[in-house]
Design a protein around this ligand. Structure first.
Ligand SMILES: C[S@@+](CC[C@H](N)C(=O)[O-])C[C@H]1O[C@@H](n2cnc3c(N)ncnc32)[C@H](O)[C@@H]1O
Length: 257
């Protein structure tokens, strides 16, 4: 196997992200700039990755696709507001399992703020995780340029955002920040959480995994839901063909019976 193949095999083994031969050009393009910075070729880089944990994290950051948006696939937040929240009383745990640069967990927090009038009295917490440390740093900072918050209505903006530190940026308000905790978590590794969740958002990440990894992941996620708890997957990630114990509730919405 050549050096690019070795890097791809290593990243696939560690992250579950399927990197077939068709992804080779993409991987070379994404790593090209880094190789130039380091002044090394792919062979040196493959060797370095085996010894340098920090570089490995950086490599994973470069290869993962972190595309996301506020209110992406908005029907899921409507379902959370209309069906899930009214069934809970005073306590709520949500896991956003591929949080990328944060727009998704912040949208969940905004949904709670808008739809739970006495939220201050609730024991409510959102855990937001991702494998990419670079994406998580952006998520936790919670500062977005104007063009990335366009999906929010005037009322939503007022609730969620305040002027950011740089011109033309918006910063997530403390009322949302209080609800969300960020942590790095690799979905194909051990999970340190002990308690199950009322809802899990695991959207637009399974598409990168092969079917065996998807099956294992969905079954583990199902085991981390309370009875009646909801799993949201990406709208293009059908669970058809994946054995699981969940009942389909709506498009890309699954409930633990
Ligand atoms: C396309 S984004 C989806 C973001 C968001 N869930 C959404 O639907 O808008 C996919 C995210 O999955 C993360 N990811 C990829 N492999 C992962 C793994 N093994 N464990 C945890 N996160 C992973 C990537 O870092 C990236 O941020």
């Amino acid at each position: 196997m050549d050096a690019t193949g070795q890097v791809m095999a290593l990243v696939q083994e560690l992250t579950g992200i399927r990197l077939g031969p068709e992804k080779r050009t993409l991987v070379e393009a994404r790593l090209g700039k880094r190789l130039r910075q380091l002044g090394c070729d792919m062979r040196d880089y493959a060797r370095r990755l085996r010894q340098d944990e920090g570089e490995l994290l950086r490599c994973i950051d470069l290869i993962t696709t972190n595309h996301t948006a506020w209110k992406r696939e908005a029907a899921h937040f409507d379902d959370l507001a209309r069906r899930v929240l009214p069934r809970l009383a005073g306590r709520l745990r949500i896991w956003c399992a591929a949080a990328a640069t944060g727009e998704e967990p912040w949208t969940i927090a905004l949904t709670l703020l808008r739809h739970i009038p006495d939220l201050q009295r609730w024991d409510a917490a959102i855990l937001a995780t991702d494998i990419s440390t670079r994406a998580l740093a952006i998520a936790e900072r919670g500062v977005y340029p104007e063009e990335r918050v366009q999906a929010l209505s005037a009322e939503e903006r007022q609730l969620a955002l305040e002027p950011g530190p740089e011109r033309g940026t918006w910063s997530v308000r403390p009322a949302l920040r209080r609800l969300v905790t960020f942590a790095r978590l690799n979905l194909i590794d051990q999970w340190p959480m002990r308690r199950p969740f009322d809802a899990i958002f695991c959207r637009n990440v399974m598409i990168y995994f092969d079917q065996a990894t998807q099956t294992q992941l969905v079954q583990r996620l199902a085991g981390f839901l309370n009875r009646g708890g909801t799993l949201y997957v990406g709208m293009s990630e059908s669970l058809t063909g994946i054995p699981h114990p969940l009942r389909m509730q709506g498009p890309a919405i699954y409930v633990r019976p």
